[in-house]
Design a protein around this ligand. Sequence first.
Ligand SMILES: C[S@@+](CC[C@H](N)C(=O)[O-])C[C@H]1O[C@@H](n2cnc3c(N)ncnc32)[C@H](O)[C@@H]1O
Length: 343
Amino acid sequence: MKITEAANALNTTPRTIRFYEEKGLLHPEKGENGYRYYQEEDLWKLQTILALREVGMSTEDIKDALEGEDEINTYLDLQRSALYEEWLQLKDMIKTVDDMLAKQQENHLTTEDLFTLSNQLKTMKGLRSSWQDQWNFNDQAASYDQNIKTTGYRFNVHAYYHDALAKVVELVQAVPGEKGVDLGTGTGNLAAKFLSQGIPMIGVDQSEQMLKVCGEKHPEIDVRLGHFLSLPIMDDDVQFIVSSYALHHLPDEEKELALREMDRILGAGGRIAIADLMFEDESAKEAVLAEYEREGNTEAVEAILDEYYADRSRLIRWLEQRGFAVESFQFTPILHILYAQKP
Ligand SMILES: C[S@@+](CC[C@H](N)C(=O)[O-])C[C@H]1O[C@@H](n2cnc3c(N)ncnc32)[C@H](O)[C@@H]1O
């Protein structure tokens, strides 16, 4: 098939096809007369390229997807995550413009308001893009399940791990017909408990390698690359949200944005159950740290200060301000569960 016929068959233009050739995405056979001839395989490839361009993927990413070792869904997952981030960014921008217009209609829009509103937007953008995986979860993925079994540390954050996960399942009381999401799912240990009850689960994580292990262990989990601050899930899409040992990787101001994101994806009457490392409040944190210091347990002090254990009272306050009914449970001074129900 010649270039014009190929273009007609796929509803595109010869110019577009030539562009993909120049970018090294297509390598059609060339006849002695200099014409390009497109075989069936070239047409399949071209169709894939056009589809991936349609969802916004760059030509470089498409090239990697076609030639790289990873499967194409790895790239699609990346693309979905990027699109959600852009979408949320746009939503925030629209909301800011709406707020500006509302003030203006009341004749109250001052320069100071403009500055404050645009600054809020800027802060949000900054928070969404600033998080970095300083613990390198990709490297931890292969040995993660083994490591949580490890005992014998002076400070073992995974004491009561299984009890905490079981309590989350007990609190949520999922029923058939519901769909849930596990945020920071890691290797999927918590999400899997719901699968065994016949509940479909999405597992979100920022680490590709964690998701790979999770997908291999539990192919039924719908794994999605994504961030606590821009969840790759539509509004009101799930009936419950669970998370274990993950939220403490976000600084406090980001935790609040993460809770807002959870509120966005959770349907009315939905539940959130978070098992995580946190303190009852600031004074409890000081007391626990002082006790470890007194014991000379530097391992514990360093581990705590290396992460962002939440102030539980702050999380509760924020959820209650949003109308959630909140209960909390404590396993140890550093391991708690928050259970919240949306109105
Ligand atoms: C300690 S592991 C816990 C995994 C699992 N939930 C469990 O209980 O075994 C923390 C997980 O949270 C993920 N995570 C940390 N910060 C995240 C963020 N900001 N967005 C998405 N995932 C995050 C990490 O990649 C990692 O897989």
